[in-house]
Design a binder for this molecule. Structure first.
Ligand code: SF4
Length: 313
């Protein structure tokens, strides 16, 4: 039995857990190939024009799996923390897929709601495994393996040993961050930060420019106070980064994303209060690489100039 995993959206957060879970159930996981222009073009006919780029890419990744697998994993991500919620596109993802793609294989579409703690996580895994085994011992072992793999991956990311882009490669990604580089907080949803296609190789470019990019995953889980699930984490991570003395903030947001618009407002306020420069990068399918590179280089030059200036006082 082959389970298809779109390399998009929740892949960049939960893939280690799903991989361990389905592996314990004896199922084969097939991850769609890394994103490229063809992925985007395959997804566009299924998305309404107002959809954000991450959703269009998710559709494209699903198209790469249709005909290759027996099931497609498409969770509905509801909440990542108590008191927060997710955008309607993420919550309704399985329903949107079923409404737009008549040739889909059956979906595995558990509701992810981490606000209820570990018991809810276990219930959703049991629900996801139920079509494949009802043996309670096997299911329990698979759930424990998923939990351990998830925690190990989060720990590895905090230690800078892994990026979610390397989740399905043996050994993962090696260190990307120049530890003696200028520290800059780079905040955004994991699927916007870690898919090199969507952001034109942003993290690699920053590393080459001598930036020690502190992403929310490197900073570790931080409580925020936002209504929107990812933004709850991102605001908390930005506060932690400012406490650690970062010299700049980069917000990576998707065009047309309501929660990201709220995030930008909050980051602008934090930037003003702490006197730390902020750059906002907006991702959409029309964005050019050359413009992004010029802006990044100018921003990083300015940060180096400011650092040198303050040192000379
Ligand atoms: S949170 Fe924003 S970027 Fe993510 S799926 Fe929703 S609208 Fe798109």
């Amino acid at each position: 039995m082959r389970i298809g995993v779109p390399r998009a959206l929740s892949f960049f957060r939960f893939h280690p857990a799903w991989a361990a879970f389905f592996d314990r159930l004896g199922l084969e996981l097939v991850v769609s190939p890394p994103t490229n222009r063809a992925t985007l073009e395959a997804g566009l006919p299924y998305a309404v024009a107002e959809s954000c780029l991450p959703i269009k890419l998710f559709y494209g990744h699903v198209r790469a799996l249709v005909g290759q697998v027996d099931y497609v994993l498409a969770p509905s991500i509801r909440r990542l923390a108590p008191g927060s919620t997710n955008c309607a596109r993420l919550i309704g993802l399985p329903d949107l897929l079923q409404a737009t793609m008549p040739d889909l294989p059956p979906l595995i579409a558990p509701d992810i709601d981490l606000s209820q703690g570990l018991s809810a996580l276990i219930s959703l895994l049991l629900e996801a495994g139920a079509p494949f085994t009802l043996n309670p011992l096997t299911l329990r072992e698979a759930v424990m393996a998923a939990r351990d793999a998830y925690q190990a991956a989060r720990q590895a990311m905090m230690e800078g040993r892994l990026t979610p882009a390397g989740f399905d490669r043996p050994g993962g990604d090696g260190p990307l961050w120049p530890a003696d580089g200028i520290p800059v907080a780079v905040v955004g949803h994991p699927y916007n930060l870690y898919d090199p296609f969507i952001n034109h190789q942003l993290l690699n470019r920053l590393a080459r420019l001598g930036v020690n990019a502190l992403t929310p995953e490197r900073l570790g889980p931080q409580p925020g106070d936002d209504y929107w699930a990812f933004e709850y984490e991102l605001v908390g991570a930005t506060r932690r980064a400012l406490e650690r003395g970062v010299k700049g903030l980069i917000a990576v947001v998707a065009f047309g994303c309501g929660p990201d618009a709220v995030l930008v407002d909050e980051l602008q306020q934090m930037s003003r209060e702490r006197g730390v420069p902020l750059m906002v990068l907006v991702l959409d399918e029309h964005g050019g690489e050359a413009g992004l590179v010029t802006r990044l280089e100018a921003f990083v030059d300015m940060l180096h100039w400011r650092s040198a200036k303050w040192k000379s006082f």
